[in-house]
Design a protein around this ligand. Structure first.
Ligand code: BYC
Length: 320
């Protein structure tokens, strides 16, 4: 009983210190005490973010062999490698919270963990690569800029580096779109079609409306999330409309209209049934994405085996 009380008092002191750090805008570091619910929540968000980067390599990887020029191929290859790097970087940062990479991979493959819904849509034409770079990486940047100020130190630092690369990704996507939109009528139509298909899934990347967001309230109090889903989505809509005008394409949503009073663009309703279906496994490519991930993971087993054998050899050497 006495030890229980001591534990409770210790925890209350630690909790007060933790809350003070959050209030002072100090970062929470891996060796700091943190509430279990905070640790679990950050693991959830960071690991899902890492999974999104890794699964996100698939729709774009699909076009590496079919890129229209050598320059486009080299750029796309490099971009997809960057996404892989982001994923690995984020897995390592998440491991600092006491979960292993293999536990995270297991959660992804058994569908306990999610990844961004957008990557469950197919890439049908080369213009889709432009639309992904421009809209998907563009939406990711809007979100990730705010996450540079997240309260968990390793996550915030990862975001600074990742945002720099995402900004290059966004420009390469926009450049593809610009060239197509100013090319032949068929190319322009391809650009329009790709934008129309990726527009709504890009808006869904920001998550459900604030009123329906299960984690936002607590995540914002803990400063894990710095802005709400709807705030960031609106920011993305406002910046994209101007970019669409420069491309000379038709707006993908006929309800987009400038609202003088709000100082923002109004837009049409999002199909949340589609969102729910896709995050629950019913999107066009969910099955294919996980199947491919399992296959690639299995094929890479020999590398993990070699690493383990090398480690063992080093340990034996050090003991001898
Ligand atoms: N897709 O309470 P909510 C990239 C889930 S990759 C799937 O609002 P939260 C790129 C949510 O997880 C960049 N699931 O959640 C890579 C929760 O389910 P659980 C990816 C979604 O966490 C390669 C439930 O719905 N960026 O740029 O407060 C090539 C309720 O939602 C989605 C990140 O991962 C969705 N769109 O807010 C190209 C950013 N939305 O966990 C590009 C980091 C919601 O209870 N993540 N859900 O089962 C975040 O900022 C936040 O987690 C979210 C959601 C804004 C996404």
């Amino acid at each position: 009983m006495i030890s229980m009380d001591t534990k409770t008092i210790d925890e209350a002191v630690e909790l007060a210190k933790f809350e003070q750090k959050i209030a002072n805008e100090e970062k929470i570091e891996p060796s700091d005490w943190m509430p279990e619910a905070y640790r679990k929540n950050v693991i959830r968000q960071m690991s899902q973010h890492a999974h999104s980067e890794i699964i996100g390599m698939q729709p774009e990887g699909n076009w590496i062999t079919r890129a229209p020029t050598l320059r486009r191929k080299a750029v796309l290859l490099s971009k997809v490698q960057d996404e892989g790097g982001h994923g690995l970087y984020l897995y390592s940062a998440t491991e600092t919270l006491g979960i292993t990479r293999s536990e995270m991979i297991e959660a992804l493959q058994s569908r306990k963990a999610k990844y961004a819904s957008i990557f469950n849509y197919p890439t049908l034409t080369w213009a889709d690569i432009g639309a992904i770079g421009w809209l998907v990486d563009g939406a990711a940047i809007v979100n990730q800029i705010s996450l540079q100020r997240t309260s968990y130190g390793p996550y915030a630092r990862a975001m600074v580096r990742i945002c720099k690369e995402e900004s290059f990704h966004q420009r390469q996507g926009y450049e593809i779109m610009y060239e197509l939109a100013h090319g032949t009528p068929v190319q322009k139509q391809m650009a329009q079609d790709a934008m129309n298909r990726f527009w709504w899934p890009s808006l869904m990347m920001f998550g459900p409306h604030d009123a329906d967001s299960a984690h936002s309230g607590q995540s914002i109090l803990w400063k894990v999330k710095r802005e709400s889903n709807d705030f960031l989505r609106q920011k993305f809509i406002d910046q994209s409309v101007v970019q669409i005008e420069v491309l000379g394409l038709e707006l993908p949503d006929p309800e987009i209209v400038w609202n003088e009073e709000r100082g923002h663009y109004d837009s049409g309703p999002i199909d949340w049934d589609e969102f729910k279906r896709v995050i629950n496994g019913g999107g066009p490519c969910n099955y294919q994405r996980i199947k491919h991930h399992k296959k690639a993971h299995q094929e890479g087993e020999w590398v993990r085996e070699a690493v383990r054998a090398y480690r063992l050899k080093q340990q034996t050497k050090n003991v001898a």
